[in-house]
Ligand binder design. Sequence first.
Ligand code: GLA
Length: 394
Amino acid sequence: MTGTPDPRPAAGDVAHRAGAAFESAFGRRPTGRWAAPGRVNLIGEHTDYNDGYVLPFALPLRTVVAAAPQDGRTWTVRSELTDEEVTFGVDEVTGPGRVTGWAAYVAGVVWGLLEAGHPVPGAHLYIASDVPLGAGLSSSAALEAAVLAALVDLGGVHLPDEDRPRLAQRAENAYVGAPTGIMDQSAAIRCRAGHALFLDCRTEAVDHIPFDLAAAGLAILVVDSRAPHRHADGEYAARRATCDRAADLLGVPALREVRVVDLPGALNRLPDDETRSRVRHVVTENQRVLDTVDLLRAGRIREIGPLLTASHASMRDDFEITVPEIDTAVEAALTAGALGARMTGGGFGGCVLALVDADRTETVAAAVTDAYADRGFTAPTHFTALPSPGATRL
Ligand code: GLA
């Protein structure tokens, strides 16, 4: 943690970088630039693939794709993060030999569009991003959403915003091979500035919940734990499998069906402590999302703090997806006066968010830094997060 508010470049810079780099890489001007944000999730973790509720909001950190059509059905992609240029055609996208590495997210979107029967023009694409990789802020969904917006516009495809998250999620699930839910792609595409996105992951209905932190004298401090992701992919898939199995055992299509009042009876019908703990997390977490939304609708932002902290305890004790760095950050933030704090995202590393009085932001951040130093952890970084818009053409 540096003490500076946010060491990353401003959003305008990333748009400029993408356009300028496109011109020097491809020797012509892009047709346009499309941006999509990273996200934090205010509350509702590991509920999306249980058909439940989530409440993410988009960050000002964005991925920008500068793009222009090219002849033939070929896609040539460059990224500022690597010197590599990756070119692929329809055969590589639809055939058995798939595109791998970072370009798979681009190829996956092309694949998703083709598979849904949409025309996709060949294109040159250049990617620049301020969304840090591997920090649990959904850099992959930001990339998918920005590429999707670009290709849809270049191809003149009619694809309403509400249908885009599912296509981007299929790219990630079926092409890249990561079994994620629908939250991150929905946040990257459907969020609005100044609002959190209340999403019902079964119906995909959304409600934009006003989340005016500044008016309440509050801020969301995001701390990047810098903890290395430990077995995150395997553990994520294991949690998902346990939830699916539990729903089968309970005879419901998804754990979303189980309400808090049904929980004692449901737990009695499950075979072991581990399954019971996982189910308890999902069921209580869904209720915490609904309670948070009720408080926000009533303008009682300060009062959501205990729900955030309870969510963290549930992830730590019942879902068992936190790590020592993350728990240390949450405890230090609360001790320093945060109104609530929790890990955000899939777990096993990533970021913590804390609801703080705006004038205490640096005090809380410094307390986390000190606690890290005491434990000998790699120093964390931090920034404050303002709810920002979803994917857009610039
Ligand atoms: C990751 C996944 C999401 C969601 C969260 C946990 O971010 O991509 O779909 O499951 O973890 O809430």
